[in-house]
Each structure stands twice: as structure tokens, then as C-alpha cells.
Write a protein that binds this ligand. Structure first.
Ligand SMILES: [Zn+2]
Length: 77
């Protein structure tokens, strides 16, 4: 059987982490990047922290995570 190969460019470049996901600092090899004075989307925390991460596919990106509920609030670049 022949295998069809299609690689959607955008998905290829973007990380597979989504907003609302639980923060997995070890799996994602999180490294502190910066703080944001932004309210968390999921709880009442008024500060979220940005990390440089690598997802399970080895793609790198940046995520902003709430330190209190540990949910991903945003993906940024
Ligand atoms: Zn929160």
C-alpha cells in the first residue's frame, strides 16, 4: 500500500499544547521566561508566568501558566 504523506505547514511549526491544559513542567522541560500582570482565565489569580517549553513532539514554544491553578492561559511567541 502506498502511503500518502501530507504535512500541513502550520501544524508542523506550532506546538501541540493548548490553552486550558494542565502545566507539565518536567515533561515540557519548562524554563522560566517572564511574568505577566494578567488575570488568569480559570481562577482569580492576577499574575501568570511565562515559560519556554518543548512539547512531547520536541517542538518549542512559549506558554503562560497560572501559578495557582497551573493551567495554560496562553501560547505566545
Ligand atoms: Zn489560575
Amino acid at each position: 500500500m502506498r502511503k500518502m504523506v501530507s504535512l500541513p505547514q502550520q501544524e508542523e511549526l506550532s506546538i501541540t499544547i493548548n490553552v486550558g491544559e494542565e502545566f507539565k513542567s518536567i515533561v515540557w522541560k519548562a524554563q522560566y521566561d517572564m511574568d505577566f500582570n494578567t488575570e488568569c482565565l480559570f481562577c482569580f489569580s492576577d499574575r501568570i508566568t511565562g515559560y519556554r517549553v518543548e512539547d512531547e513532539q520536541g517542538r518549542s514554544g512559549k506558554v503562560a501558566v497560572c501559578p495557582s491553578c497551573e493551567k495554560v492561559n496562553a501560547i505566545y511567541f
